[in-house]
Design a protein around this ligand. Sequence first.
Ligand SMILES: Nc1ncnc2c1ncn2[C@@H]1O[C@H](COP(=O)(O)OP(=O)(O)OP(=O)(O)O)[C@@H](O)[C@H]1O
Ligand SMILES: [Mg+2]
Length: 483
Amino acid sequence: MFSRFRKDQPGAAAPVSRAVPQAHDALPPLPEKAKPAMAMRQRAKPQPAAPATPDKDRRRRQRILELKSDMHTRLLDNLNLAAVDAASEAELRAEIAAITTEALNEASVVLTSEERMTLIQDLYFEVRGLGPLEPLLKDDTINDILVNGPQRVFVERAGKLELSDVTFKDERHLMRIIDKIVSAVGRRVDESNPYVDARLADGSRFNAMVPPVAVDGSLVSIRKFKKEKLGIDDLVQFGAFSEEMALYLEAAVATRLNIIVSGGTGSGKTTTLNALSSFIDSSERILTIEDTAELQLQQPHVGRMESRPAKVEGKGAVTQRDCLKNALRMRPDRIIVGETRGEEVIDMLQAMNTGHDGSMTTIHANSARDGVSRLENMVAMAGIEMPLRAVRSQIASAVNLIVQASRLQDGSRRMVSITEITGMEGDVISMQEVFRFERTGLEPNGKIIGHFTGTGIRSNFADRFKRWGYDLPNPIYDVIGER
Ligand SMILES: Nc1ncnc2c1ncn2[C@@H]1O[C@H](COP(=O)(O)OP(=O)(O)OP(=O)(O)O)[C@@H](O)[C@H]1O
Ligand SMILES: [Mg+2]
């Protein structure tokens, strides 16, 4: 039966090498006696499905978990992984269902049809997908998946972190899934190489750190890739910024101001950058540079670059700076750097200062002022010996606008400030805030009450906007009282 997927060798325990080496190979096969473990735990009579007490319920769940784990080992031992790779979903599901039925009969375990379906589904995800992570990856309401060791898997929904009911059997199980992900992209993670950045097949951003550096079990963070990126209209509708701010940002992008989106981790920087890019004219040639390609520009003329870490032997790295230097030779109209975090800051500032107006990037900072300090620090860390005043004047002439994104304590993501850089006053970079989020209170359920408002200061670029055909009405800068 189902011989197409089964290994040729009779008996599950035969120590044969598989056709295609897989991450699973790292696992030693279960000892022979572990296989009939289900039979050893066999009760006198098949157990009916109806749970009686919570304790019994818990024991039953635990038993199903054990069963799943046994079954998984059995599957890996039995299946010809090369054939599995080639099999269609339906074929593989049928095969898994058959092996499951066989094993359940052998162990005299009776499951409800729902439990059986779930078991087959979970096993399918183990063999073909990313095991327990798979349902979370498929759930569109989840933005981030954060694994803190095998027993604690958190997810972020609507800006709030919650503990999910997903668990891995143990650290080995978790490591196997990590291995599966990183080996698919030709990387490795182990004691001597304890952390890794990768991109999943669906575009999601993936980072893992394994023990002993990760003290309580492997740490995994996944930023889910959204096929449908949030656009300007969505963001206005979600309350990320106001229509007035959208009008202003349209003018700022279209008139080629150099823009930095600043914000904390997960505050919506990349989303904002992506949405802002929609204001770029479709005739322009845009080059994007990222560590992990997340941006999805809609224009027809986009060149995407992704930096690459060094290979295991320490060679082959292509940094964002390398990409940026090369990009300048590729006749870009605009350059977009996903996140400036290191030495590439030098080339970014230079590009902004030398004819690549309208370039954009994000930085990790908590306010516009803080963002400028971060830029200064990055320049200093890049080893450039320049007096502070010179660095500041470079920044002041390169950057026109800092847009501050923030994830507020109620989980909402908002553009809390739009600040223009207006020049230098003595040794200090001068700035003016034109829009901000005014927080006015807190609802009993913890939701933040507030509204967006102008600061009453007319944009320093108002004349430029006008010259380019974006004659914004002055009232958009008005201070708005509580609504
Ligand atoms: N205004 C918003 N409303 C709802 N969800 C949002 C909003 N902005 C961003 N998100 C979602 O929040 C998550 C994090 O956003 P994003 O990747 O843009 O953050 P980031 O600041 O770039 O994060 P990182 O620091 O990790 O690069 C994404 O899943 C995104 O879809
Ligand atoms: Mg980002």
